[in-house]
Design a protein around this ligand. Structure first.
Ligand code: NAI
Length: 258
């Protein structure tokens, strides 16, 4: 059985995805910049904040999996409290380069799952900027190009997850002839260390209000189960799309604001 690669395995949703896939007998290769307390598979320590770091990680993965990969779950991410260049570097450019470097090793029928966010639902309204940044072949120039745009640098997390939605669609189309699916998952607030950063970024009242409305925050397992389903052949006709997993928060807000 070929392994699945999971990024962000040292914490939160990535760690939960690793545990769940392992419990289902799926061999794993995990990537993170932090060393996890325990990991049920081969662990590759790498910094995915630059394309070069992502390519280095991909080389280590391909050495560890000479027979190919069953899939890739791009879960590593940084919150909007990090410097905006880091946010775009990890959440968009690193994700894109790792995907490009690993997809040639993914088996026919395999799948790439990208973690976006429910905050990215408006991505088509910014399609031109989102597309331009997502597809730029010069990472430093792409970052410099948006440095003067307050809408991007002031909302780097949202913009990064909008780019993930765009890349999901774009790469799904690109890899269709290869038989590799690409999908994204968009969580609402999930109880992981990132949630404290969201409180600093969006305000405690907004995040706590969402938890109160829903009765609880999401658990990492709520998202991991969806990621595992999408990676599985059972989801073979789910491609190039996003699945929002937010307990109904977005639907509630949309109806309330209409
Ligand atoms: P987390 O902070 O618990 O885990 C993120 C992991 O990514 C950490 O282990 C971290 O070391 C790793 N990482 C960060 N930068 C890295 C780098 N440069 N190189 C390698 N690894 C790096 O966060 P959580 O909640 O598990 O988030 C997972 C994904 O889900 C992220 O992409 C996040 O944006 C997304 N998400 C989370 C939500 C939440 O409420 N927790 C909501 C919506 C999306």
């Amino acid at each position: 059985q070929m392994p699945v690669v999971v990024t962000g395995v040292a914490s939160g949703i990535g760690a939960a995805t690793g545990r769940l896939l392992d419990a289902g007998g799926v061999p794993l290769i995990g990537i993170d910049r932090s060393v996890p307390g325990s990991f049920p598979g081969t662990f590759v320590r790498a910094d995915l904040s630059t394309p070069a770091g992502a390519r280095e990680a991909a080389r280590a993965v391909r050495d560890a999996a000479p027979d190919g990969l069953a899939g890739l779950a791009n879960i590593a991410g940084v919150p909007g409290t990090a410097p905006w260049r880091t946010v775009l570097g990890v959440n968009v450019l690193g994700l894109r380069e790792l995907t490009r470097a690993l997809v040639p090793a993914v088996r026919v029928g395999g799948c790439v799952v990208n973690l976006s966010s429910a905050v990215a639902d408006g991505w088509r309204q910014r399609l031109a900027e989102v597309r331009e940044f997502s597809l730029s072949e010069e990472p430093e120039a792409a970052l410099d190009a948006v440095a003067g745009e307050a809408e991007v640098t002031g909302n780097a997390y949202r913009f990064s997850k909008e780019c993930v939605r765009y890349l999901t669609e774009h790469l799904a189309a690109e890899y269709l002839p290869r038989g590799v699916r690409v999908v994204s998952v968009s969580p609402g607030p999930v109880a992981t260390p990132i949630l404290d950063d969201f409180k600093r970024d969006h305000g405690v009242a907004k995040v706590e209000g969402a938890g109160a409305l829903l009765g609880r925050f999401g658990e990492p397992e709520d998202i991991a189960r969806v990621v595992a389903f999408l990676l599985d052949d059972a989801a073979g006709w789910v491609n190039g799309t996003d699945l929002r997993v937010d307990g109904g928060l977005t639907a509630h807000r949309t109806v309330a604001e209409a």
